[in-house]
Ligand binder design. Structure first.
Ligand code: OGA
Ligand code: NI
Length: 331
């Protein structure tokens, strides 16, 4: 019964959007309907034409900063199980979620912790590091009881997929094999619950932002919401059954010396159904020097970005919020 009562009094269980979630007019997404863009490439990772796959990835990375992958080798049951266990977690009473987060040392950001000029985002979110697995797992949610087991399988599969895509990118850019291997040993999970919203035109699930990763892999179930800024307008990244959305983070844009682009994106809400997503970020290691890869620099291709240590960026940008210390000191 406690669960039912708690759910009924949750922040999103309202007839109209409260003032504290209503963005000022200039920041609202407005009433334009969510239109899905068919131009964002869908790439089959199991194609026998490897060089063709690589070219598609590089082109998508350059033109959109986004693509979707299918036939990627991660079984559907692994992703749907991960979504299911997260759904159970987000449905737990708030006090239980907070207690678990404090006890185990992971981050729960309830909707009111997102305060952008005094306005809250329309989402609940959890975050935790994922690699090395055994060490990180001890600081994951203990409830639901299946959480650690189910999510361990998911993040390992996604890490493998991420590295596989990074290796294809490496080959496509003409970098030596294994270029990213040592420097991309940090993985974070960020799962979000975007409840159905009475008025999507005045709210946002996530404000426009760049990911500060090498690459991000997103599983978005079967509900639309993600938009990418492309050619001066917002376009929808449609949902494809069992596909993953892949996007180029700012650190990979720098290392590729701008051959790949990181694109701004945001999350719309919808009035029909809840949307649950799992993002995992592959980030540079703290001591990684982020700079345009030397192999891509010559007289006619000068470096377009300055060099810096990733851990210094983490501190100065505060892009990793509560995990600044972890990202900064872990090796
Ligand atoms: C993110 C992100 C998109 C989504 O977590 O950085 O952009 O659809 N998520 O949840
Ligand atoms: Ni993002």
């Amino acid at each position: 019964m406690a669960t039912m009562e708690d759910h009924a009094t949750r922040w999103f269980n309202v007839q109209s959007v409260p003032h504290s979630y209503t963005f000022p007019p200039e920041k609202r997404p407005g009433k334009h309907p969510f239109s899905t863009c068919t131009a964002i490439p869908i790439i089959n990772l199991n194609s026998p034409e490897k060089s063709d796959t690589i070219q598609k990835i590089i082109k998508a990375g350059r033109n959109f900063g986004f693509f979707q992958v299918i036939d990627h080798g991660v079984s559907e049951s692994v992703s749907t199980e991960a979504l299911n266990v997260l759904k159970e977690l987000f449905n737990m009473p708030l006090e239980e979620i907070s207690r678990d987060a404090i006890k185990n040392g992971w981050v729960h950001m309830g909707s009111t912790s997102f305060d952008i000029d005094g306005v809250h985002l329309w989402r609940d979110n959890i975050k935790h590091p994922c690699h090395p697995l055994e060490k990180c797992m001890q600081h994951w949610p203990q409830m639901p009881t299946r959480y650690r087991e189910v999510m361990a399988t998911y993040v390992q599969e996604i890490r493998r997929l991420s590295w596989r895509i990074l290796e294809l990118i490496c080959e496509g850019l003409g970098l030596e094999k294994g270029f990213f291997e040592e420097i991309s040993q940090v993985q974070f999970l960020s799962a979000s619950n975007y409840p159905a919203c009475p008025d999507p035109s005045v709210t946002l699930g996530v404000l426009k932002h760049f990911d500060h990763s090498f690459i991000t892999i997103l599983f978005q179930g079967n509900v639309d919401g993600l938009q990418v800024f492309h050619d001066g307008k917002w376009i929808g990244v449609g949902v494809l059954p069992n596909a993953f959305v892949v996007n180029i983070g700012t650190q990979l844009e720098i290392m590729s010396n701008g051959k790949l682009r990181s694109a701004e994106h945001r999350v719309m809400t919808n009035s029909e159904e809840d949307r649950l997503t799992i993002a995992t970020f592959i980030n540079p290691s703290p001591n990684c020097t982020v700079e345009p890869a030397k192999a891509l620099i010559n007289e006619s291709n000068p470096p377009l970005y300055d060099s810096f240590m990733f851990k210094d960026f983490v501190v100065s940008s505060n892009a990793f919020g509560p995990y600044t210390e972890v990202v900064q000191t872990k090796d």
